[in-house]
Each structure stands twice: as C-alpha cells, then as structure tokens.
Write a protein that binds this ligand. Structure first.
Ligand SMILES: [Zn+2]
Length: 357
C-alpha cells in the first residue's frame, strides 16, 4: 500500500468511526443535533481533500449519510484507495435499515485508532481477568456467543445452579436494546444469526449478521423493556463468528485450547502433533480482514489458520481478494470451516492408521 493509499484508507476509517459513533448515540430514529464531533471532523477532512483535488464532496452530514447508503465509497472517495480495497457492493450504511453496515464496523476497527473490534477485545480481556481461569472464561465466552440478544430477559432462567455463576460474571455486559430498534414497540431478532433484525418491507427484512433472505425467520417480543443485548462490538466480533466457531470446535477430532488473550485464538494439535493456531472470522470485507489477520499472525510463533463460513469463502472473489492482500510470508491461511474440520479429521485418521501399522 502506498503512502497516498494509506492516507485514503485512514480517512475512510475515520468516517466509519464517525458513523459508528452516530449510530451509538442515536437512540431514536430521528437524529438529534449536534452530530458526534469525530464525524464532523472526518467530514471536514473529507471536504478539504476533495476541494484540493477538485473532486465532488458531500455538502454536509445529511448528504454524506445519503452517499454512504447509495454508493460504494470507492466510487466517490476523493483520496486514493488500494485497487479492490472494498467489494463491489460495499456500503457504509445499509439502504433499507439505515444501520451502519458490517463493512462500516470493520473499517472503523482499522489501525491503531480502530474502535469496534478493539472494544470487543478489551471487554473480553476484562472478563478473562475477572474469571481467573481459562476454563471459566471459555464458559462465559460461550454463554455470550449463544445469547447475544435476550429477547425476553427472565432473571429466573439464570438462577439455576449450572448457569447462575456464569450469569453473575457476564450480566454487566448486557444493556437495553437501543430504542431505534423498537419498531412499533416490537424488537426483532434473526433466527439465522441471533442478532438484531428489522422488517423493512413486506417479505423483506434486514439483520445485523447479513443472513440471506429465506435463510431465516424473525422472532420478536412486544415487551422491548425486557430485552437485553450485548454491545455492537461483541455482537459483530464475538457472537457472529462464534456461530461458526461453535460448529468448528464440535467437529474437530481433537481438543482445542482457547488462548485467553486476543481475538478468539485457539490452539489445536497439528498433523505432526505440533500445535497450530486458528481463529474463526466472519467479515464482509476480505482485504481489511486479511491485513488484520497478518497483524495477528505476526505475534504468533507459527502460522495462523483463518477459518471462515463456507458461504463467505466461496462467495465470488472473496478468497482471491483475501489472499492477494496478504503480505509476503504472512503465515496466514484462509480455509472454509468445512475444509478446516475435514483436514483435521483426515490428519487424525492418518495418524491413527500409522499407529496401527
Ligand atoms: Zn441474521
């Protein structure tokens, strides 16, 4: 990435952070002025960059929000961006739901000033500290993966001896559902990703996990005061990949060990008995995902297996974009969940055959 491209990406990340700020402070569907200062500063930088280069720029925040809904940022960005940095259908704000997209959250997580993913990592590090042992932390982490949204929170459900201790450790992470998700006093969740959803037209709905139409149904409650939800950071960077992670772990033939620090890294036994490390990711944008994975891998003694949902890895261009963005010698390998568990099962079978022989 050239210096100019890096400046372009950093400004894109700043605008994305501003949009996430706006979403976080907008409890109701109508905007209340003033806008978040970081969004205003990012827009000022954007306008200056456009004027200096004689490129069209949005006339204010309402127009910026409109452009973010209607156009791929790469089509109008006044600064340089690396070729193919975002997928062709990328938007920062979803057209139907008007919510910040996963792409926006992934870009807001970019670089040393990144916010959403780093918040998830910090919240989980705090939880790991208060849990004391990796086993207890893993149990609490699984609880969060399984229940990102409690549509109807019922305290009695968590009084039982098996869950009471876990609930005491994690309950402080849950808060009320922001009231812009109260649609006619109804809160919806998606059966596919277990995250927030909104009906946006007859027969059409949006969900935070980006499930395909027809793959899910909406569940709802008309008592939104009784709903509890994890912060956006834990919904997108823990619970969303957590669905795939759960399936991968249960299909692996040998035990895995959660590393208590960092973004959900697991140690597993490699084919020759040495330990490997994998991380399950579910990210819309392959290029930022690859660059982030390379940073994670740089802190590891061996290669990092990035495991992603089959549907994502096989979507047009995803693997090619991910792999071509990896720096030389990054030690990152991208595998679909099916392929990763299949390889591990085959390696285990081969080991057992060699022992028998
Ligand atoms: Zn969904």
């Amino acid at each position: 990435m050239t210096g100019d491209e890096r400046s372009g990406v950093e400004l894109l990340a700043a605008v994305s952070r501003g949009l996430i700020d706006l979403a976080q402070m907008t409890q109701v569907a109508t905007f209340r002025l003033p806008y978040p200062p970081d969004l205003q500063v990012a827009l000022d930088r954007l306008v200056l960059a456009g004027l200096l280069r004689n490129r069209p720029v949005p006339g204010g925040i309402p127009e910026l929000l409109l452009w973010c809904r209607e156009k791929n940022p790469t089509a109008w960005w006044p600064l340089e961006l690396p070729d193919g940095f975002l997928s062709v259908d990328a938007r920062l704000i979803h057209g139907g739901s008007k919510e910040a997209t996963r792409t926006c959250a992934e870009l807001a997580s970019w670089g040393p000033e990144g916010v959403v993913e780093s918040e998830a990592v910090a919240l989980l590090a705090e939880l790991a500290d208060s849990c004391g042992t990796v086993e207890r932390f893993a149990t609490c982490r699984d609880f969060l993966i399984n229940r990102p949204l409690l549509l109807q929170y019922n305290p009695i459900e968590f009084l039982g001896p098996t869950v009471a201790h876990t609930w005491r450790m994690v309950q402080g992470l849950y808060g009320p559902v922001p009231d812009r998700f109260w649609i006619d006093r109804t809160v919806y969740s998606c059966s596919g990703c277990s995250l927030l959803a909104k009906p946006i037209a007859p027969e059409t709905s949006w969900c935070e996990g980006g499930c395909h139409p027809g793959e899910h149904v909406l569940q709802s409650t008309q008592q939104p005061e009784q709903s509890r939800i994890l912060p956006l950071a834990l919904r997108l960077f823990l619970a969303l990949p957590g669905r795939t992670e759960r399936a991968v772990r249960s299909a692996l033939p040998s035990r895995t060990r959660l590393l208590p620090r960092g973004p959900g890294l697991y140690e597993f036994a490699g084919p020759d008995g040495t330990a490997g490390v994998f991380q399950v990711q579910d990210r819309e944008q392959p290029v930022p995902a690859a660059l982030r994975a390379a940073e994670t891998a740089a802190g590891l003694p061996g290669p990092l297996h990035v495991v992603a949902p089959h549907r994502l890895v096989t979507s047009p261009g995803y693997r090619e974009s991910f792999e071509s963005a990896l720096p030389v010698g990054s030690g990152v390998r991208l595998l679909s969940a099916d392929k990763f568990t299949g390889q591990r099962q085959a390696a285990r079978a081969a080991r057992e055959r060699s022992v028998d022989a």
